[in-house]
Design a protein around this ligand. Structure first.
Ligand code: 9MR
Length: 390
């Protein structure tokens, strides 16, 4: 399924990247961390022109794209994305609060642009996401008087949203993250308005509605920390229950918001195996490996509600990544990809959550304004040298 890149495309990418003025890049508004890598010799790579080609025999390689990237505010990032990735996920543009901010208002600007871009370049799109507890406006759950909706009213609103959004891109979007992050760490269903008002079958309802709105799209459940045995068990039960009730689910997206010492990769491997045994596709959907210290009393993972005050001790590599730490990152990525490649028969896709270290949500979570190095492309959009070993 991987798209072959033409030589001319690669040449134009190289030319663009080589011609790319670094100081101009760093002065752009979203380039928050003004850093050149301290480990120059380890971060400069010449051998890999395309990540998607490098991993082609194992799995598709994807990235998230931000609204600003989609709308061409960062042309170099888009050129790099086109060269390195064969599947895209909008990082935020299709979340409810962005695409459907008010009852009668839809904003399809970025998502239409992304669909057009992916079609032009023959790349696959994964819609993200139809039903989530987060980034969903309060009005969704209330009537005009501000009172909570009934179950039937909320189901009707959910259906209208799914029809409008998934229906608009029917046959243009390859797959949907239908429901995102519905489980607690212990495998029970997370408290949310969806659960409170509709009840536990809100997931089955969402999958059924998505199937009707976009019958040819693949339908996925997506979550973080799925390496945890309890959370894994919860999701396996969900898949089995959906199937037993005749509701189609095609895959499980394992977000991969990891760190140098988190998680235990053997648990992640166990989850890949266990999920594959349910008969659905398994994917790594939001991969990044933070090199920064994590606040001791906070829960790792990807809870977007977590917001810790910025402290210098948690932001040690503002002026560049020491060689020894870059080596730790390289080793961690090698361990991870050794496992992923061993299970490439079960994994259809590995999607990174961002194009390069320059613009990654990791610089702003769980506190804003840090300088992290979690991806395979550095701040100059160069492929890190250890990637040749992955
Ligand atoms: O990367 C996204 C960041 O820009 C947003 O501010 C945040 C809240 O919408 O969501 C981030 O993406 C999340 C994804 O949608 C779901 N899994 C966790 C991701 C990282 O928080």
């Amino acid at each position: 399924m991987n798209k072959k890149i033409t030589t001319s495309a690669l040449l134009s990418v190289s030319a663009m990247l080589l011609g790319c003025n670094n100081s101009a890049l760093l002065s752009e508004p979203a380039a928050k961390s003004k850093v050149t890598t301290g480990a120059a010799n380890i971060s400069q790579t010449k051998d890999i022109v395309s990540l998607q080609q490098h991993f082609a025999e194992h799995f598709k390689i994807g990235t998230a794209l931000s609204r600003a990237q989609i709308l061409k505010e960062f042309p170099q990032e888009l050129v790099a994305a086109k060269a390195h990735f064969s599947t895209f996920t909008p990082e935020n543009s299709m979340k409810w609060e962005r695409i459907h901010p008010e009852p009668e208002v839809y904003d399809f600007l970025a998502s239409d642009a992304l669909v057009a871009f992916a079609q032009e370049n023959n790349q696959e799109l994964v819609g993200h996401t139809l039903v989530w507890h987060s980034q969903t406006p309060d009005w969704v759950f209330e009537n005009d008087a501000g009172e909570p909706l009934t179950r039937e009213q909320l189901l009707a609103r959910m259906e209208q949203h799914i029809n409008k959004v998934a229906g608009r891109y029917k046959d243009k979007i390859f797959a949907w993250d239908v429901v995102n992050e519905a489980f607690n760490e212990d495998g029970t269903l997370r408290e949310s308005k969806w659960l409170e008002i509709i009840g536990p079958d809100f997931l089955a309802q969402a999958f059924t509605m998505a199937q009707k709105a976009a019958p040819n799209a693949k339908l996925y459940y997506n979550d973080y920390n799925l390496f945890k045995p309890e959370k894994r068990a919860g999701v396996i039960k969900l898949v089995n229950d959906l199937k037993a009730n005749g509701v189609r689910i095609d895959g499980i997206g394992m977000q991969g918001h990891y760190a140098l010492d988190y998680p235990d990769l053997s648990q992640m491997e166990d989850s890949i195996i266990a999920f594959a045994q349910t008969g659905v596709e398994v994917m790594i959907t939001e991969l990044d490996i933070s090199v920064l210290p994590f606040p001791e009393d906070s829960e790792q993972g990807a809870d977007v509600g977590l917001n810790v005050e910025l402290q210098a001790k948690y932001n040690p590599y503002v002026n560049g990544l020491p060689l020894a730490v870059e080596q730790q990152l390289a080793d961690r990525y090698k361990q991870l990809f050794t496992i992923l490649k061993q299970h490439s028969d079960k994994l259809s896709r590995v999607t990174f959550w961002g194009v390069s270290d320059r613009q990654t949500w990791r610089n702003d979570w769980p506190m804003t304004g840090r300088t992290d190095y979690p991806l395979l492309l550095d701040r100059e959009l160069k492929v890190k040298s250890f990637v040749t070993e992955l």
